[in-house]
Design a protein around this ligand. Structure first.
Ligand code: ADP
Length: 728
């Protein structure tokens, strides 16, 4: 090969090498560029990662410090909790689900007195065993085994009932155990020694108080009886003394004795009843009784005071309502006496109205509603809800004026409650009061009272009364009986009414302003009218000496029991009276004197009876005891017997039994009224069983005695009332 060719070849080779070099250089530059990019990205990534690491490190640091703070807090809380658990005086222990003691405070462990066996890790049954083995617990009547079994059985219950254990040193611990959801048991032991001892002391004190209360009740009952007997002498003699010629001072003294005696008797009765109710010792004695008569009896008692105050006493007993029920008459009377007595006491003018309504249910018991309404001083609204509480008197100053114990309503309320009834009051200051009660009592009559049979000629009745309520009651009662009724508020208008129309009967009130009932009677007769006239008087005795009384067909005591009113109407013969006809209208025709036997051993009380009955037109015989009474029954043939109950030799009940036994063969029955020194409302079912018809409570009141005698006077005897005697 030539040189040239070689040169060409070299040139070509060099050029190729230069091209390849250029190629490699450009590739290298590209690689450099890319490497630069990469390095850039990497360094950016490193910066980012570094920042993240710093953040995580910070976070870590914070968590670490939080954790240590939490640890610290937990440690503090745990320390405090344990400190508290150790400090409390109650025993505290914690058992796991298997019954192993996990922890217990000092108080819990203290009863084991340092026994090393009792420490965390010990099983519950072992604790029980240690307690019996070491005599720590007093197992009472149980053996150690029985006691442990009892405690284990209890421990296994889901909710173990609290149990009180007694320790050797007479300390009492009440164990309360509670299981949580995981089965662990928290056990708390409270030392209740103080309350146990207090309770025992209280039980002892209560037993002692009950014994004392029983003794007190017996003492009070006895005292009441003992006080009533001499009080009969005091009050009775004061009553008699008041009727003798006294100067003003002497009258004042006597009145004070009487009023104080009455007040004392009321207080004795109230205190005795209240103590009985408090000691749950008050029993009811149900027996058949006449409610209407009971109300009228109370009215009779209140009549003198009402008259003194110028009050009108009214009874509105639903005409077709039965009057005989089964209940405790003494207690019913007591409640009525309280309500009606208060009504009279707290009323200075106007009236006191007792209204009896009810719904007799076929064959069943009757629901009876009794309201006692007055027109008195009333009770302020804010006192009403307390009125049935004990010792409650509306305003001390006011009560001081009226007296009283403040127990009456509380006793009445409790009595009505005992009877299964309810009591209420509506009142306003100055606008009168209305006390109401509702009781349900069985009836003794099967049907309503039979419809009265009035004489055919009796149709038109003229009623004269100045008290509108009284007019309304009489008008309603007479209208219900099918009569035509005209009402007049005074005598002159009655005379005018009689000019305009004929009447078959005139029913007039006694005391009326202007022309009273007797003056009206005179005026009617003076006009030549023979119409039957019946006068209703709150004080029939006062009408006695007036010549006009002879013109009366009948003289009724106010308020008139329905039975008396109906009996009077039924018994009316319609022949007009002769004009004028003095004495022709006399109710009684008998001439012999009524015979009254009184059995009473106490000399003072004999004297009281003799003096009280001296003005009456009767023959009175006194028997010193039951035996003498029975003998006198045979020889004296009494029309009425008053029988003291506690007498030597033969008491009143035995005497009554003996008399009733004699009567069984003779076929007659003399009324026997018991004279008792018990509280009027004590109720004694034995009296009725012994054959006594009713009881009068000492101290005896002249008016009551006289009224009873008059009411029980047989038809063939002359009127026993004093005025009748003076006329005869
Ligand atoms: P007291 O023996 O004081 O009359 P009560 O329990 O019977 O006791 O009555 C309590 C009080 O209720 C009376 O003191 C009186 O203030 C008031 N009170 C009772 N009834 C009436 C009434 N009809 N009118 C006004 N106040 C009455």
């Amino acid at each position: 090969m030539s040189l040239a060719e070689r040169l060409v070849q070299e040139r070509q080779a060099r050029r190729a090498a230069e091209r390849a070099l250029a190629q490699k250089q450009s590739e290298l530059a590209e690689a450099h560029r890319q490497l630069g990019h990469r390095a850039q990205a990497l360094s950016e990534e490193i910066v980012e990662t570094r920042a993240e690491v710093a953040t995580v490190r910070d976070e870590n640091q914070r968590v670490k410090s939080d954790l240590s703070a939490a640890h610290h807090k937990i440690a503090v809380a745990e320390r405090r909790l344990w400190h508290s658990v150790q400090t409390i005086t109650d025993g505290f222990a914690f058992f796991d689900a298997a019954g192993t003691l996990c922890l217990a405070n000092k108080a819990y462990l203290s009863i084991f007195d340092g026994l090393v066996d009792i420490a965390p890790g010990v099983a519950y049954p072992t604790i029980l065993q240690v307690m019996t083995d070491e005599g720590i617990v007093d197992t009472g009547g149980l053996t150690a085994g029985e006691w442990q079994d009892m405690m284990i059985d209890r421990w296994r219950m889901d909710i173990p009932p609290p149990v009180t254990i007694r320790l050797w040193n007479d300390q009492y611990v009440r164990l309360v155990d509670r299981r949580n959801a995981a089965g662990d048991m928290v056990s708390v032991g409270q030392n209740i020694t103080h309350s146990v001892l207090t309770e025992a002391g209280l039980t002892e004190a209560r037993a002692a108080a009950e014994t004392a209360s029983r003794a007190k009740s017996a003492f009070l009952a006895n005292m009441s009886h003992e006080i009533r007997t001499p009080m009969n002498g005091v009050v009775g003699m004061a009553d008699l003394l008041a009727e003798t010629g006294l100067d003003e001072d002497q009258r004042l003294y006597v009145d004070t004795i009487r009023k104080s005696g009455d007040a004392l008797l009321t207080i004795i009765g109230d205190v005795l009843d209240y103590s009985k109710i408090e000691a749950d010792r008050l029993d009811l004695h149900p027996e058949p009784f006449d409610l209407e008569r009971c109300i009228h009896d109370v009215m009779m008692l209140l009549e003198p005071l009402a008259r003194e105050k110028g009050l009108t006493l009214l009874v509105d007993y639903d005409l077709f309502m039965p009057s005989r029920f089964v209940g405790d008459p003494g207690r019913v009377r007591q409640v009525l006496t309280n309500l009606m007595g208060n009504a009279v006491k707290f009323t200075d003018a106007g009236h006191v109205l007792v209204r009896v309504t009810g719904a007799p249910q076929a064959g069943g018991p009757s629901q009876i509603t009794i309201t006692v309404e007055d027109t008195g001083i009333g009770i302020p609204a804010d006192q009403l809800d307390r009125i049935f509480g004990e010792f409650n008197q509306v305003q001390a100053a006011r009560s001081r004026r009226f007296g009283g114990t403040g127990l009456g309503l509380a006793i009445s309320h409790r009595l009505i409650g005992l009877m299964g009834g309810e009591m209420w009051v509506t009142s306003g200051e100055g606008s009168g009061s209305c006390f109401g009660l509702r009781i349900t009592l069985p009836r003794t009559e099967d049907a309503r009272p039979p419809r009265p049979m009035l004489p055919n000629g009796l149709r038109r009745v003229l009623v004269v009364d100045d008290v509108p309520t009284n007019l309304t009651i009489l008008e309603r009662q007479l209208t219900q009986l099918g009569l035509e009724v005209s009402c007049c508020a005074n005598g002159p208008s009655a005379l005018e009414a009689m000019d305009a129309q004929d009447f078959d009967l005139v029913l007039t009130d006694h005391h009326m302003p202007g022309m009273d009932g007797l003056a009206l009677t005179q005026a009617i007769r003076a006009r030549g009218s023979g119409v039957p006239i019946v006068m209703i008087s709150s004080n029939p005795g006062h009408a006695g000496r007036d010549p006009a009384r002879a013109h009366l067909h009948a003289l009724l005591q106010k308020p008139v029991p329905r039975r008396d009113l109906i009996a009077m109407l039924e018994g009316m013969d319609q022949t007009p009276r002769a004009v004028p006809a003095p004495n022709a209208a006399s109710v009684r025709t008998g001439t012999r004197q009524m015979r009254v036997l009184a059995a009473e051993d106490n000399k003072t009380n004999q004297l009281v009876l003799q003096k009280m009955l001296a003005p009456m037109n009767i023959v009175l015989k006194i028997a010193q005891n039951g035996e003498e009474a029975v003998a006198a029954y045979d020889s004296f043939h009494p029309d009425l017997i008053f029988m003291d109950i506690s007498m030597p030799r033969m008491d009143g009940k035995d005497a009554a039994r003996a008399i009733r036994a004699r009567e069984a063969t003779l076929g007659r029955r003399v009324p026997i009224l018991a004279l008792t020194a018990n509280s009027p409302d004590a109720g004694d079912p034995e009296l009725a069983q012994a054959g006594l018809d009713a009881a009068l409570s000492k101290p005896l009141r002249k008016e009551v005695l006289m009224n009873r005698i008059a009411a029980l006077c047989p038809h063939d005897a002359a009127s026993p009332l004093p005025d009748a005697a003076s006329r005869a």
